[in-house]
Write a new protein. Structure first.
Length: 106
């Protein structure tokens, strides 16, 4: 399958994948992916965003540390999987950046 270049942005408020690189003030990771790989990555990103809790859910967890710990562990696992997938699909420059940041060995 054909691979295309995409730019992944992981800012909590603006998480997504674009075919266009935005301003230099935005952190984006360049990847080369097939359409199916892009869709898989988008699913992982949606799962991470889904974990972004509403205020009521946060208040409920304040009184139940086991639920809070479980949610935190789930979020960390999903983020690790997301970064790993970006690393796997990343261009050489993206992989080099991840290696410098120690993200390649999560």
């Amino acid at each position: 399958m054909e691979r295309n270049t995409y730019y992944v942005q992981l800012e909590p408020s603006i998480m997504g994948i674009s075919e266009v690189k935005t301003s230099e003030n935005t952190i984006q990771y360049e990847i080369n992916a097939t359409l199916k790989e892009k869709q898989t990555l988008e699913k992982k990103m949606n799962a991470v965003q889904k974990e972004d809790l509403s205020g009521g859910q946060i208040l409920a967890r304040v009184h139940d540390e086991s639920k809070a710990d479980h949610a935190k562990n789930e979020m960390q696992t999903e983020m690790k999987e997301l970064y790993q997938k970006i690393y796997e699909l990343g261009t050489p420059a993206t992989r080099e950046l991840f290696e410098e940041l120690g993200i390649d060995s999560l």
